[in-house]
Design a protein around this ligand. Structure first.
Ligand code: AMP
Ligand code: ZN
Length: 137
């Protein structure tokens, strides 16, 4: 896509600190890391979100996340890793080219401290699950 920053990285029109590359996938360091070593994994082809990614590519992306994530944890001496994908603006997606964040974690680093909510009741929770099952078709 013409004005997509990640497509420009794929086409080497703008530089990146690349970590992994194959014919379908690219991984490079996030320029604004949440933690040192924060890495992005992207398909070379432009897909706007999770739902456009074909199944065989999804599998390859997951395998690349395992491979790159292992190396990232080893080098940064992380003891944990978050895999985060933001889909659409309300979820924080800024770059409209599907990508996964690999974020190295260590005990007590204080990242992602979010308060859990509660359902009104167990019944409300199961009603919601039923509605979602129905939506699966
Ligand atoms: P998201 O909010 O999920 O769309 O994440 C986009 C990510 O891309 C942000 O974490 C940015 O720091 C990162 N980013 C934007 N431009 C670049 C770039 N030129 N090189 C590396 N990372 C970038
Ligand atoms: Zn793109």
């Amino acid at each position: 896509m013409e004005d997509c920053i990640f497509c420009k990285i794929v086409k080497q029109e703008i530089p990146c600190a690349d970590v992994y590359a194959d014919d379908k996938i690219l991984a490079f360091l996030d320029i604004g890391p949440i933690a040192v070593g924060h890495t992005l994994i992207i398909p070379r082809r432009h897909y706007p979100s999770l739902w456009e990614i074909p199944g065989d590519l999804a599998k390859d992306l997951l395998l690349a996340m395992q491979k790159v994530g292992r190396a990232m944890m080893e080098v940064t001496r992380a003891t944990g890793m978050n895999v985060v994908m933001n889909n659409f603006g309300s979820a924080g997606q800024v770059v409209p080219h599907a990508h996964w964040h690999l974020i190295p974690r260590v005990e007590g680093d204080g990242l992602f401290q979010v308060a859990q909510k509660e359902y009104e009741s167990r019944e409300a929770m199961h009603d919601l699950a039923r509605s979602m099952k129905q939506a699966l078709g």
